[in-house]
Design a binder for this molecule. Sequence first.
Ligand code: P6P
Length: 349
Amino acid sequence: MTGLTTLGQFIIEKQADFPYAKGELSRLLRDIGIAAKIVNREVNKAGLMDILGDAGSTNVQGESQKKLDVFANDQFISALRSGGECCIVVSEENDEYLYIDSEISKNAKYIVAMDPLDGSSNIDVNVSVGTIFSIFRRKSTEGKATLEDVLQKGVDQVAAGYVIYGSSTMLVYTTGKGVNGFTLDPSIGEFCLSHPNMTIPKDGHIYSINEGYYTHFPDGVKKYIKYCQVEDEATNRPYTSRYTGSMVADLHRNMIKGGIFIYPITAQAPNGKLRLVYECNPMAFIIEQAGGFASNGYQRILTLDVTELHQRSAIFIGSCNMVKRAEEMMACFSPQITKTSFEGVVNIQ
Ligand code: P6P
């Protein structure tokens, strides 16, 4: 394995970047990597097992849970519980936060918020799916960690990452000192450093949005979509539309090639669809560390107040020049939308 750097080796090497680190965060990232390998094994053979299809249950969002959703959730929670470095787990699949009340976790100082299997509607059609995770340090210093320790702004994250289960399986993460990508080598069962110091191009030519909701988009989004579609050689337009229905897959592609991903408010999702705590904030942290930007159309995602566990947000994320252009369109054509109901959307001039 000469020349190969495994995820474990990399984490240990980079631990030196944190002078006061005593290894807890390193062990936490290791635990997540282990769970990702187990989930990957099941995702890759889902078609062969009775693990496809619905688990017959629904999550807090009222979305039907695929069996792999539930399996992935269980695996990550189990790894975090046995690793002993995490005191609270927040998951898209659990209504309430999970307090890890065990002897080995009693001094744990980290909180993990995750979407264990994002894009799960794509599982049965073999389109890439992903895991998204966000790591915070608890703010309270004694007693049991509480909801207040969870509801922290995105700027307070200490680490964030995603796993993409695609043509290859990659784990991409940041601890606030750049972004690094690791590709799973099944022959040795290790994530190996394959994309050091990932950066997203400042500009791109790919826009990702579900245009099926076009009629319900704010005017600023409609104007931006039309901007993407105009013939203009000087700015390499029209752009290309790419949308998989899997946020991790769309963002990973845009990270590599440049582009913008938008999930705005719609009639079906008057506050946006994607969740702030375990989808928008971690992806925003990663993209900003790679030189991109993430906004809700008006405000930097990472500075948004977090008031609820499963709070939703609109998101415009990717190449910074593209996100800034979209924000200009929102400011011009959908200034400061205030929602009473979607039908009651009013623009304050
Ligand atoms: P729509 C998957 O359910 C997800 O949370 C994201 O991964 C994805 O980008 C989005 O929802 C797709 O939503 O409404 O376009 O199907």
